[in-house]
Design a protein around this ligand. Structure first.
Ligand code: SAM
Length: 275
C-alpha cells in the first residue's frame, strides 16, 4: 500500500508551511545529537528536502547525508533543492523505511520526521532505523500528533470533524495515528536511552498558516472518498468551513509535533535484532 497523501505541488506547498512551523525546533533537536561535523547522517523519508538542507549543513563538507524516500517525485524535488543550495555531500536513494538492510553503513544520526504515521508497520520501521544507528549514535524521530481534536480556540466543529475523518482514513489504511505518542516507548524498549522528548505546539497565526487544515483535507480527500469515509459533497462542504475558519481573526489554531531524541549505547545490540 502506498503513500496516502498526494505528493504534487499543492502537497509540497502544505509541507512547506509545516516545515516552516517546525523548523526551529527540529534544528535545535539536531544540534543536541552530538557533534555531527564530518559524520554520517541518514534521513529517512526526506520528502522535498526541507530538513535535508539542515542536515547537510550540520554534517559539513567532510560529512555525508544519505537521504531516502520511496517517492521518486519527492526525491527529485529534494535533489533540486539541495543542488540549488550548493551542497555536495548528500546522496539520494529511492527506498523504503521498512527495508534499510541494503545500506552498508551505520550512521551517527538517523533522522525521520513526519513519516512513521504513513507507514503500515511503524514499529518495524523504528527497528530498521535503530539497526542503522552506530554505537553511541542517535535516533531522532518527530511525528505530528493527530490524537485528538483540540487544535482550535474557540472549539470548532469543522476541525473536530476533520480530525475524526483524518483518523478514520489512517485507520482504514492500516496506519497508526497514535505513533507520535507510542514511539517513545517503542524506542526505549529497543534499548535506547531517551535523551530528549518534546511536545511542540506552534501557533498558526496568519491566514495562510490557518489554511493548513483545509489544505490537508484537499490532499487527503481523494483517498477518503475512495475509502468511503466521506462523500464528495460533504468533503467540499467541510473544506469551505475550514477555509472560512482560516479567515477568522479571532480563532486561534495550532499544530503539534512530538519529538524523541534517543542514544544507542554499546550494549544495545541484543535488544533490536531483526524480528
Ligand atoms: C509528510 S512527508 C515528510 C517529509 C520530510 N521528512 C519533512 O519533514 O519535510 C512524508 C514523506 O515520507 C515518504 N514516505 C512515506 N512512506 C514511506 C516509506 N515507506 N518509505 C520511505 N519514505 C516514505 C513520503 O514519500 C514523503 O516524502
Amino acid at each position: 500500500m502506498g503513500y496516502i497523501i498526494k505528493t504534487d505541488d499543492s502537497a509540497r506547498l502544505r509541507l512547506g508551511i509545516q516545515s516552516r512551523l517546525y523548523e526551529q525546533s527540529s534544528v535545535d533537536l539536531i544540534s543536541r545529537a552530538g557533534t555531527l561535523r564530518g559524520r554520517k547522517i541518514l534521513e529517512v523519508g526526506c520528502g522535498s528536502g526541507a530538513m535535508t538542507l539542515h542536515l547537510a549543513r550540520a554534517a559539513g563538507p567532510q560529512g555525508t547525508v544519505t537521504a531516502i524516500d520511496n517517492s521518486p517525485a519527492q526525491l527529485d524535488a529534494s535533489r533540486e533543492l539541495v543542488t540549488e543550495n550548493g551542497f555536495e555531500n548528500v546522496n539520494f536513494f529511492e527506498g523504503d523505511i521498512n527495508c534499510l538492510d541494503h545500506l552498508d553503513n551505520l550512521y551517527d544520526l538517523v533522522y525521520c520526521r513526519m513519516v512513521l504515521h504513513h507507514v503500515a508497520d511503524a514499529d518495524h520501521a523504528i527497528r530498521e532505523m535503530v539497526r542503522s544507528v552506530c554505537p553511541d549514535g542517535y535516533l531522532l524521530c518527530e511525528e505530528p500528533v493527530i490524537h485528538d481534536g483540540s487544535f482550535c480556540f474557540p472549539p470548532s466543529e469543522a476541525i473536530d470533524e476533520f480530525i475524526r475523518i483524518l483518523r478514520s482514513c489512517f485507520s482504514v489504511n492500516g496506519r497508526d495515528y497514535n505513533i507520535a505518542f507510542r514511539m517513545e516507548s517503542v524506542i526505549r524498549n529497543l534499548g535506547l536511552q531517551i535523551e530528549h522528548s518534546r511536545l511542540h505546539h506552534p501557533l498558526l497565526n496568519s491566514r495562510q498558516d490557518k489554511l493548513l487544515y483545509a489544505m490537508s483535507l484537499s490532499d487527503l480527500a481523494p483517498q477518503m472518498i475512495k475509502n468511503g469515509i466521506v462523500d464528495p459533497s460533504s468533503a467540499s462542504e467541510l473544506h469551505e468551513k475550514l477555509v472560512h475558519l482560516s479567515n477568522s481573526e479571532t480563532t486561534m489554531t495550532w499544530a503539534r509535533m512530538h519529538s524523541v531524541l534517543a542514544r544507542k549505547s554499546n550494549g544495545t545490540e541484543r535488544h533490536y535484532s531483526k524480528a
